[in-house]
Design a protein around this ligand. Sequence first.
Ligand code: GDD
Ligand code: MN
Length: 382
Amino acid sequence: MHMGLADPVPAVRTAAEAAVKPLELAVVLPTLNEKANIAPMVARLEQALGPSGWEAVFVDDDSTDGTAEEARRIGQTDPRVRVIQRIGRRGLASAAIEGMCATAAPYVAVMDADHQHDPQLLLDMLEAVKSGEYDLAYASRFADGGSAAGLSSTRRERGSRIANALARRLTGTELSDPMSGFFLLSADRLRQQAARLSGIGFKIMLDILATASPPLKVKEFPLQFARRAAGESKLDHGVALDFLAGLYERWLGRFIPTRFALFGTVGGLGVGVHMAVLSVLYLAFGSGFALAQAVATVVAMTFNFWLNNLLTYRDQKLAGARDLFFGWLKFCATCAVGTFANVAAATMLQANGFAWWTAALAGIALASVWNYALSSKFVWGR
Ligand code: GDD
Ligand code: MN
């Protein structure tokens, strides 16, 4: 007899086939230089979740230590292990989103690959969401029975608590650890919301909670946050800033881009520095005005260069005496042209009947845009 496509598949299965559960859970593990942690993590996932029914999706941002190669090596003999290697992109949140969107599993979890999160919690988290009672399950370092002892410093722990308090206020969610990077939800729900997530920074769960409507029902699981197994944290530096930038991005970023806002804020602080230096030299020390103004200008530009390097362009920071020196020179040159354009435009407007202060503000706006555009390309650009 001829077998057509519509014919039912014969229901005869070997015992081994019957033991293979259909894919139920994808565990998304963003990685950045975690090579030594990959194989032990797969082993721990198997221990926690059993031999089948799950897959691990490593989302690697082109690590230099061979993390992606290591995950692919394991994936060649273990089909539960999958790898997304992203080239030329960075970021924990966007890596998590891409991983969660890249699976056929009906449930998705995100967790760190460095063994700070305990995979043993996954089954209970899955059960909580599968039962339909909760939309999202997550592991909290600050819930009763949890612990944040694995945080790399007490300063970091304090920062974490402050960020939590702030996050709670802003999203209205009463969670003990909204910055947690260990959570689980249905893949459908995630996909419904994916377009609304910013993908910037690292507070991905917070973003999911903040953009959900109606609000998600959340179940907390106490987590003993362990010390990382191998390698080092990528979030230690600039975590707080990243967090604030993320909040800004969410509320105002569509009006004024985050980087430009930072650049402008630094510029504003520079004006303060300028006035302070000027008044000290001119008023207190009685220097000539031209000299005092010139010194104040150089000090303010240097200050702006330094702070922009530290904040505005922290992801492409210049380091090393030579790069810093030439960066500073180029920054000063950019600002000099900006100042020239500023004065020229303001003078012209004022001469053409604009009020002095509108002319001045227009000149400043012109210079800011110029300085920003040029310095992002020529001072910090690649
Ligand atoms: N793909 C990708 N891209 N992965 C990244 C990136 C990135 O830019 N940055 C970090 N990761 C990976 C790391 O390799 C690790 O597996 C995981 O994300 C967490 O990074 P860590 O560098 O170990 O973060 P942490 O331990 O300092 O921060 C923890 O606490 C935060 C809240 O304080 C994590 O649990 C975070 O998820 C959490 O938000
Ligand atoms: Mn970590």
